[in-house]
Design a binder for this molecule. Structure first.
Ligand SMILES: C[S@@+](CC[C@H](N)C(=O)[O-])C[C@H]1O[C@@H](n2cnc3c(N)ncnc32)[C@H](O)[C@@H]1O
Length: 179
C-alpha cells in the first residue's frame, strides 16, 4: 500500500497520472519539457478541480530537493531517455525519493519499443520512438539504488473500461531502502 504523500510525475504529458494521484490525496508535481503538453495538462488539471504544480523543464534540468518525495512516477518518459543519460536518470529518481519512497514506472516491452540496441541508437541517431526493454534489463537498471518489488506486463483494458491498459507495456514498482 502506497500512502498519499508528495509525488512527482516525470514526463507527465497531459497530466492524466498526476490528476489521478491528486484525486487520491497526493500533493503532486508534474514535469515535462513539452510546453504544449503542459498547456494541455494545465487545462485538464483546472477541469478536474485538483491542485497539480506543473514545471516546464527537462527532467535533467529539474533539481529536486534530495530525499523529498514519497512517490516518483514515470509513465512513458524513461523509454525516451537516451542510453548515455540512463544512469543519470536512475540517480535522479533515487536522489529525489525519501528513504522508503516508491518508484512506479510504465515503459515499453521489447515488442512495444523500437527494437534498437544502445549502439544502434547512436548509429541511427534515433531512439526510433522509444526503446523496448527486457524484464532482465529493467530489473538490472532499476536495482541500482532501489529494490525492485514487481515487474509485470500491463493488463490490456478495453476502451469502455475507463482505464488505460496496453499489453506492450511493463509496469515496474521499486522502493528505495528505508534509512
Ligand atoms: C509517452 S508521453 C507520456 C505522457 C504521460 N506520462 C502519460 O502517461 O500519458 C512521454 C512524455 O515524456 C516527456 N518527456 C520525454 N523526455 C523528457 C525529458 N527528458 N524531460 C521531460 N519530459 C520528457 C514528453 O514530452 C512526453 O510528454
Amino acid at each position: 500500500m502506497i500512502h498519499p504523500g508528495r509525488a512527482v510525475d516525470l514526463g507527465c504529458g497531459h497530466g492524466r497520472n498526476a490528476i489521478f494521484l491528486a484525486h487520491r490525496g497526493f500533493s503532486v508535481e508534474g514535469v515535462d519539457y513539452s510546453r504544449e503538453a503542459l498547456d494541455w495538462a494545465a487545462a485538464r488539471v483546472a477541469e478536474a478541480g485538483v491542485a497539480v504544480t506543473l514545471t516546464n523543464r527537462s527532467v535533467f534540468q529539474w533539481e529536486p530537493e534530495p530525499a523529498s518525495y514519497d512517490l516518483v512516477y514515470d509513465s512513458g518518459c524513461f523509454h525516451h531517455i537516451p542510453p548515455h543519460r540512463r544512469l543519470g536518470y536512475v540517480e535522479l529518481v533515487v536522489r529525489a525519493l525519501k528513504p522508503g519512497g516508491w518508484f512506479g514506472l510504465t515503459c515499453f516491452r521489447p515488442e512495444g519499443g523500437s527494437h534498437l540496441s544502445d549502439d544502434e541508437v547512436y548509429e541511427h541517431r534515433s531512439m526510433g520512438g522509444g526503446l523496448g526493454y527486457t524484464e532482465e534489463r529493467l530489473r538490472e537498471i532499476w536495482s541500482q539504488g532501489m529494490q525492485v518489488r514487481q515487474v509485470r506486463q500491463m493488463n490490456k483494458r478495453g476502451a469502455d473500461s475507463g482505464l488505460f491498459g496496453e499489453d506492450f507495456l511493463w509496469v515496474l514498482l521499486a522502493r528505495k531502502a528505508a534509512a
